[in-house]
Design a binder for this molecule. Structure first.
Ligand SMILES: [Zn+2]
Length: 197
């Protein structure tokens, strides 16, 4: 990963080491792991990680620091149904779903694409859903200093679909409510109405 390379630690495994590690895993599964179909699999797996784990190269401050003057707007700003893909840190299984992000500005507003960027920044890492939810709320609070902010995430987890309890349709919901969304039931109610519209 880029971030690891930037750290310049010579003890860190190289991309080549990572590909060889995947080859070892393939040989754990199949004695015929050198067959044609698997030959380039280690390269493809590790190359795909550049995108799947690109969150490590993104910086929340850089994403949320270019703000605009809100010109007195004091209502809810909501971006809903932000699709995301993440990887469960316990099983290396994908989990994916939708995030809804809202805030009420005091004077800083941010470009709408930045809200989906901040989801990618946290989702494209080894994660659990609770941490993604909390980290996004923390960043909104820190960089936008809003009257309140809210993050709601619904996701289906590969580790539940494919293994263990095999709950194919179970969705997990997490939420973080800050400021006025935490303090005032009316603010939460208005938010839920907007999300469910
Ligand atoms: Zn898992």
């Amino acid at each position: 990963m880029k971030l690891i390379l930037e750290m310049g630690d010579s003890q860190m495994p190289t991309k080549h080491d990572a590909k060889e590690a995947v080859r070892t895993l393939l040989s754990y599964l199949e004695t015929d792991y050198q067959r044609e179909g698997l030959l380039d699999t280690p390269d493809r797996v590790i190359d795909s990680w550049d995108e799947i784990f690109s969150g490590y190269t993104m910086n929340p401050e850089a994403i949320l620091s270019s703000t605009f003057n809100g010109e007195g707007y004091d209502g809810i700003v909501l971006l809903k149904d932000i699709e995301f893909h993440s990887t469960c840190e316990h099983h290396l299984q994908p989990f994916n779903g939708k995030a809804h992000i809202a805030y009420i500005p005091i004077d800083k507003i941010v470009g709408i694409s930045k809200l989906s960027r901040i989801v990618e920044c946290h989702a494209r890492r080894l994660q659990n859903q609770e941490r993604i939810t909390k980290n996004i709320a923390d960043d909104l609070e820190k960089y936008l200093a809003p009257l309140g902010c809210a993050v709601i995430i619904e996701a289906a987890h590969g580790c539940m679909r494919c293994r263990g309890v095999k709950q194919a349709n179970a969705l997990m919901t997490t939420s973080a409510m800050r400021g006025v969304f935490f303090d005032k039931a009316e603010a939460r109610q208005e938010l839920f109405q907007l999300i469910n519209n």
